[in-house]
Design a binder for this molecule. Structure first.
Ligand code: ATP
Ligand code: MG
Length: 514
């Protein structure tokens, strides 16, 4: 006997639905934690896990599978391991590590996973790019042709950096490495360059100072800070520069110019050494693992100037490395010197003498930036490096109390003026116009009569009088055109007048002593 027709229909529907449904078997590979050491976990199971695959632990803790042996895998943890216990379940995710990328990151302070560390609103859902991406191929690259102005006279005039270049900043501790990088970021204001400051294993106090400086100069409007501190798990410190580069590549591939600072790769190498030793990989020179060169070269090869077909964007990298006892031929510094396109060497001796920025011009070089330098610099400061090198040589000679002939004394006097003129306080990057005018006065001998102590004051006077030069001439400084002899003459006359008027004014003032 049939039931009510409606109920019959419902039964039919349910029957067909049940027959149509085929339960999907979704095998889930899981394993268990075997041992925990700070930053590293060994796990059993997961026979099909891929190299560098992301694996998940309880409590939303993730790790990257680095050592894959037959019986166990070694996982680098990307977070705090305090709640993890031996025997906890670990499962595969089937994907490699990726990080969020996009405009919303600008102005934010994030960790290498892209999670905000500042007190602003949470980040919206964003596109994700893999952590490790292949560097652009040769055919996708173009020459470095556009300068990246640092705003630091000595760098822009003598060791110029181009957009897409990799320039190493190296020196002992507390020699002003971070300050050069931060001044460069501050100088990018209004120049359409997106900046990323990646702090790797830095002291909290120094990171706080950097962020305060960036904020006070309005540089956070175009900057992302990717932050790890000394007490951050080594896994996160290790991935920080790769994550920051992935974030930078998003902007570069959209055709933007990007500047990235890695502060510093010595801490990065140490974090990787710690992980490698815990993973029981064989140690090599200075106990670093054999692939330490490769981890830095594959990072820095991602910085480039893309060809016009690929959008023409660029990624300039300023990696920082700390030396010990001025030993630039230690393992990590030499590796990085050979990977990068030049280096700025900061000398503790100069720093002690009060020369700031303490850049040792003789040991610093820029292998590609010279071609990108603005022609105006070459017109006014073409021979500066040579004069300075001559001076340094004679200066060390003159220390022995030797009697000097007139020519030597002149060279030394001029050299001292060059050194005084290239000094610059931190957080005060100068515009191209200001730099050119001051360098012109220096190389045309207008500062020879001025006492060394008066040079900073005279420099400020010249910079403040820039408005006396015709506007079309000032614009010429930042273009591709070289300065004509008539332009130079006009500028020298203007500078002479400014200095003469200033001297006249000074002599009219009543004597300070009376
Ligand atoms: P660390 O090795 O600790 O990272 P560092 O090499 O990055 O140090 P900074 O922190 O940049 O060095 O600078 C060291 C000190 O020198 C700071 O107190 C800074 O204020 C000072 N300093 C740096 N550059 C200049 C400058 N151009 N003029 C005056 N002082 C400077
Ligand atoms: Mg520093």
């Amino acid at each position: 006997m049939s039931l009510h027709p409606v109920i019959d229909d419902t039964f039919d529907l349910l029957r067909t639905a049940r027959e149509a449904s085929k339960p999907m078997l979704q095998p889930r590979e899981t394993g268990h934690v075997l041992s925990i050491t700070p930053g590293i976990v060994t796990c059993s199971g997961l026979p099909n896990v891929g190299n560098q695959e992301l694996v998940r632990f309880p409590g939303d803790l993730f790790g990257i599978a680095y050592n894959i042996d037959e019986k166990e895998i070694g996982v680098v943890l990307l977070g705090d391991d305090s709640k993890l216990q031996v025997g906890d379940e670990v499962s595969r995710t089937g994907t490699a590590m990726d990080v969020p990328v996009g405009n919303s990151l600008i102005g934010r302070i994030v960790n290498p996973l892209g999670e905000p560390l500042d007190d602003k609103e949470t980040l919206p859902e964003m596109e994700r790019y893999p952590l490790e991406r292949p560097a652009p191929s040769i055919m996708d690259r173009d020459f470095v042709t556009v300068p990246l102005q640092t705003g630091i006279k000595v760098v822009d005039a003598l060791i110029p950096i181009g957009r897409g270049q990799r320039e190493l900043i190296l020196g002992d501790r507390q020699t002003g490495k971070t300050s050069i990088a931060i001044d460069t970021i501050i100088n990018q204001k209004g120049k359409n360059v997106i900046c990323i400051y990646c702090a790797i294993g830095q002291r909290t106090s120094s990171v706080a100072k950097v962020i305060a400086n960036l904020r006070s100069k309005g540089a956070m409007d175009y900057t992302i800070v990717v932050l790890t501190e000394g007490n951050t798990p080594p896994g996160l410190q290790f991935i920080a520069p790769y994550a920051a580069t992935t974030m930078a590549e998003y902007f570069m591939e959209k055709g933007n110019d990007v500047l990235i600072i890695y502060d510093d790769l010595t801490h990065h190498a140490r974090a990787y050494r710690e992980l490698s030793l815990l993973l029981r990989r064989p140690p090599g020179r200075e106990a670093f693992p054999g692939d330490i060169f490769y981890i830095h070269s594959r990072l820095l090869e991602r910085a480039t100037h893309l060809s016009a077909e690929r959008g023409g964007g660029s990624l300039t990298a300023l990696p920082i490395v700390e030396t010990e006892g001025q030993n630039i031929s230690a393992y990590i510094p030499t590796n990085l010197i050979s990977i990068t396109d030049g280096q700025l060497y900061l000398s503790p001796k100069l720093f002690e003498l009060g020369v700031q920025p303490a850049i040792d011009i003789g040991k610093s070089v820029s292998r590609v930036g010279g071609k990108a330098q603005l022609p105006a610099y070459r017109s006014v400061a073409g021979h500066l490096k040579l004069s300075y090198a001559q001076f340094e040589e004679l200066e060390s000679f003159a220390r022995f109390g030797t009697r000097l002939d007139d020519h030597t004394r002149k060279v030394i006097d001029h050299g001292k003026r060059i050194r005084a003129c290239l000094q610059q306080p931190e957080l005060q990057p100068l515009s191209v116009q200001e730099q050119i005018f001051v360098l012109l006065a220096l190389t045309h001998g207008l500062l020879e009569e001025i006492e060394l102590e008066q040079i900073p004051e005279t420099e400020t006077l010249l910079r403040n009088s820039l408005s006396e030069l015709p506007a079309p001439l000032l614009q010429k400084f930042s273009t591709e055109q070289p300065l004509q002899a008539s332009d130079l003459r006009m500028m020298v006359d203007a500078a002479e007048n400014i200095l003469k008027n200033h001297r006249a004014l000074q002599s009219e003032l009543p004597d300070k002593k009376s």
